[in-house]
Structure formats: C-alpha cells, structure tokens
Write a protein that binds this ligand. Structure first.
Ligand SMILES: [Zn+2]
Length: 337
C-alpha cells in the first residue's frame, strides 16, 4: 500500500524489492514507468516552469496559410485570415480581424500591395509583428503593363521564386520562436525541395509545346510570374488587381487575340469576380470555343479539391493549361514540322 501511494506521488521514485525475480520485474516496471512519465536520470523538478504556449502566427492569404503551416509544423499555431475563394485585392476586413492580428506573435503578409485594405489594418494593429514577405525576402517584382510602376504581387505563381518566400517564412518563425529555430529552418528547406521538384515537373510539362503556342487568356493578370518562368504569353481581362473594370478597348483586344491570332486557351479563375469571368466566357462563346478550364489564382480551393494546397494548385493549373494548349493542336505541330 505504501509503495503504491509512493509511486502515485512520484512515478520516478525507485521501488523497494524483496527478491531476484521481484527485482527484475521491478526494474522493468520502473523503466517503463519512468519512460511513460518522461523521467530521466534527474528527478522531476516540481518547481519547473510550465511549457511556454505555442506562438500564434497569422497568415493573410490561403496560400500563405498552407505554406506557413508546412513550415511551422506543430511548433506554432497558424491562423489564416482569408477564406477559400476570397479575392485578396478586394478583401473586406471582418470585425474580428483586428483583434486576431493584434493578438498574434507574428503576422505574415504577401506584400507588394496584395493585401490592399487589410494591409492598412495590419500596419495599425500589428506594427511590430508583421512581415511583408516579398519585400523582406528581397524579391524584385515584375511591373504591370496596365498600371505603370505598380508591382505585381502574384509571386507564388513561380514556385522557384517562391522558395525565397518560404525561406523567409522559416526565418521569421525562427525569430519569433528561437527555441524551435532549427526545426523551422529544416522544414523550410524540406518544403523548398518539393517546390524545386515541382518547378522541374512544370518545365517538363511545357517542353513539348512550341513557345509561340503558349498563349493564354485569363480573367486577371495573375499569371505573369508563371508566364515568365515557363515561357508563356498571358493576357488578362484586367490588370494585376481585380479592383478595376475592364474597358471596351480591353475586351476588344481579347476578341482580337482570339479572332485574329488564333488564341484558343481561355480560362476563368476561382477567386475573381463573376464580371471578369463572364467576359472571358463571352469572348470564348463568340468565337465558338470552350473555356479551357478553371484556374486557381489568388486563392486555394477547399481541402480535398485539386486546389486544396499550394502544391496541388500549381499542379492543377499546369495540367489544365497544358491540356488546353495541346487539345486538337497535334495537326498544327505536325504541319509546323
Ligand atoms: Zn490577383
């Protein structure tokens, strides 16, 4: 009875034994008990501080939410602000967002003015804890043809370029939670290896399509980094932000691409306004061609869908674009040869 009570009080205390068999069983039991209780050679210190709670990290977009979760592992709690399908350019700040941002140990934003409205709230309530990833990682942004001088924020479309953002996410987490710094850096390196492999896969997927045929039309200009990385020409109904209405001239320019230049790969996007998607559908219908498919641009899809993660989203987009560019085109390729 005494022994049981003693071990209830502290499972790391040694038991008394009375014979060789008992000693052997007791030693085994003690080792198991100690292992289960987390006891090492030193006795447990009842005055030891309780473990620090995990840091809370807020990521603005669905892409950053997914990637940050991969890098954070179990060492940090990652909260995403934007929901699946939401358009970051015109995101309407929710009442609880300011509180969520103010309570975070670290706020990770894409930067390059992607978080237009939300960015102002972040500056106000998390002035010392937020990181603009693109700027901090030193990424040289592409400019926009539509808005002279405005940086193009869609850097996640180039997975190789985005490895620098992933590295920065690891560094930002390491600064916010130095105890787990190495684990964050290791996971960032591991994830970047997957991005590099994906980049090679996408490059290979386009290899058989002549560069001159890699021309696509999308709802908005989200694919410039993707186009640059994989040798495509991309035309959007409007510029790099969806916060604009297309002019008649822009729509006519798209018609001309389809009518006069034979562009046959037109796509709608999941996170863009129906107005822009409708224009793409109308231009395609006028020319009697089918939409090539739906692309994930500024938001992931729901979990379990083809756009459920950043890696899956890029794979899906590539498969859809390659299929549209090669559909019924084998004759053209043969004639070109
Ligand atoms: Zn966009």
């Amino acid at each position: 009875m005494t022994l049981i009570n003693q071990n209830k009080r502290n499972p790391c205390l040694p038991r008394r034994s009375t014979g060789p068999l008992r000693r052997g069983l007791t030693a085994l039991g003690l080792a198991l008990t100690a292992a289960l209780a987390g006891c090492g050679d030193a006795p447990a210190d009842p005055t030891a501080a309780t473990p620090r709670p995990r840091p809370t990290v807020v990521a603005t977009t669905t892409v950053l939410h997914d990637v940050t979760r991969q890098v954070a592992g179990q060492d940090a709690k990652v909260v995403g602000l934007m929901r699946v399908g939401e358009d970051p350019h015109v995101y309407e700040v929710r009442p609880q967002d300011a509180k969520t941002l103010a309570g975070a140990d670290l706020v990770l934003a894409n930067g390059l003015h992607l978080e237009a409205t939300l960015g102002r709230v972040i500056d106000q309530v998390a002035p010392h804890t937020h990181v603009e990833l693109a700027e901090t990682a030193g990424i040289e942004p592409l400019g926009s043809d539509t808005y002279a001088g405005a940086p193009d924020p869609h850097i996640w479309m180039d997975p190789l370029l985005f490895t620098r953002v992933v590295t920065q996410i690891g560094e930002s987490l390491a600064s916010a939670d130095p105890v787990h710094a190495q684990a964050y850096r290791d996971r960032a390196t591991e994830y970047n290896a997957r991005l590099t492999t994906l980049h090679d896969e996408i490059t290979a997927a386009f290899a058989a399509i002549p560069a001159g045929q890699r021309v696509i039309i999308t709802s908005h200009d989200a694919f410039n980094y993707y186009a640059k990385a994989y040798g495509l020409t991309v035309h959007g109904v409007v510029g790099i932000s969806t916060d604009a209405q297309p002019t008649g001239q822009q729509v006519e320019a798209l018609r001309s691409l389809v009518r006069d230049q034979g562009v046959r790969a037109l796509f709608v996007e999941t996170s863009t306004s129906p107005t822009l998607n409708n224009i793409v559908e109308k231009v395609a219908a006028e020319a009697g061609i089918a939409i090539g498919g739906t692309l994930y641009s500024d938001s992931l899809g729901d979990r379990g869908t083809p756009g459920g993660t950043y890696l899956k989203m890029l794979r899906h987009n590539t498969a859809v674009i390659v299929a549209a560019l090669t559909a019924g085109e084998s004759g053209v390729v043969e004639r070109a040869e």
